[in-house]
Design a protein around this ligand. Structure first.
Ligand code: NAD
Length: 245
């Protein structure tokens, strides 16, 4: 479904991001795995020996326009194009309003929102020049409902939905589609860090009767990244087993 296309996947070293990397490679794409540290990126790459000719690692500071532009230039140089940007990197939060420091709050905004702006700007410049492309952002079910703690996290996901819908309208003229994926509870390190009772309570309310697997979410990223979604833009696609909250 992605033969000949080149994708950058931020936060591609583990969890949902790593599942997207694998899914994209299985479907023929060249993939640049973006992570916060060289060491974790190289560890992820080492797990995919069969794809070494179609994979590379980058580790820019995602909030630095200069570092991101240089990294994306290197991807284009290696593979010849940049067709898909997956803005997957994210950090969650459970801090109460009374406990938050401004530093923690803005740190979450940086990686969950500012990084998407910076990476989208750098990627869109390449995509516009080459005649099109697609951007897919990580939202969340809490970007619809909010959550009872860690308010910075849902606040960023609401903002991701707004950024997605706005960029879809702005970039349509450049043949760049922009969508978001909003997973429910998905079995990754992010969820492993939550209290067991909280995960059980949330899981019990999922009509499909189970939490999501990273591959369930990666399949949505595959669809939106492919030409199967050629007329789909500005959408926030829920992948949550019909969870309500
Ligand atoms: P995870 O914690 O397993 O992985 C997050 C990834 O983001 C890691 O690869 C990490 O290295 C990367 N990352 C974090 N900070 C970074 C930084 N400063 N620079 C570069 N990379 C950084 O999380 P996950 O569960 O796989 O979540 C992936 C995305 O999906 C996130 O945006 C998350 O908000 C979203 N999401 C997850 C769930 C879930 O239940 N797991 C639900 C809804 C939305």
């Amino acid at each position: 479904m992605l033969k000949g296309k080149t994708a950058v996947v931020t936060g591609g070293t583990r969890g949902i991001g790593f599942a997207i990397v694998k899914k994209y490679l299985e479907n023929g794409a060249n993939v640049a795995v973006s992570g916060s540290r060289q060491e974790t990126v190289e560890k992820a790459l080492a797990q995919l020996p069969e794809y070494q000719d179609r994979i590379m690692g980058i580790w820019p500071d995602l909030c630095s326009p200069k570092e991101v532009a240089a990294a994306f230039d290197s991807v284009k140089e290696r593979f010849g194009s940049l067709d898909i940007l997956v803005n997957n990197a994210g950090v969650s939060s459970r801090t109460s309003l009374y406990e938050y420091t401004l530093e923690e709050f803005t740190g979450i905004l940086d990686i969950n929102l500012k990084a998407i702006f910076v990476c989208s700007q750098a990627a869109a410049r390449h995509m516009k020049e080459q005649g099109g492309g697609t951007i897919i952002n990580a939202s969340s079910m809490v970007g619809e409902y909010g959550q009872p703690c860690g308010c910075a996290y849902p606040a960023t996901k609401f903002a991701v939905n707004g950024l997605t819908k706005s960029l879809a309208r702005e970039l349509a003229k450049d043949h760049i589609r922009v969508n978001a994926v909003a997973p429910g509870v998905t079995k990754t390190d992010m969820v492993a860090a939550l209290p067991k009772e909280m995960v059980e309570r949330i899981s019990a309310g999922i009509p499909l009767g189970r939490p999501g697997e990273p591959v369930d979410v990666a399949n949505a990223y595959l669809y939106l990244g492919s030409d199967m979604a050629s007329y789909v833009t500005g959408v926030v696609l829920r992948v949550d087993g019909a969870a309500m909250n």
